[in-house]
Design a protein. Sequence first.
Length: 72
Amino acid sequence: MNKIDNHFYRAAIKTFEAQREEAIAILDMYFHNSVGIADHSDILNEIKKWTSKLAEAQENLNVLKQYFYTDN
């Protein structure tokens, strides 16, 4: 399958990839770097928030790729 050649499509993909990478970076910091956790007394809610953002970004990528890839 080939990606459609469209600037808006590529911009949307890059936007959701950036959102996904941001969420992964923040979650990684919370899970592996105690310095990042010190600023947040409600760490579980922060983890849930960023997990939701990660899931949303990944789902958006999946939807775009599912519906806008072509067989040509």
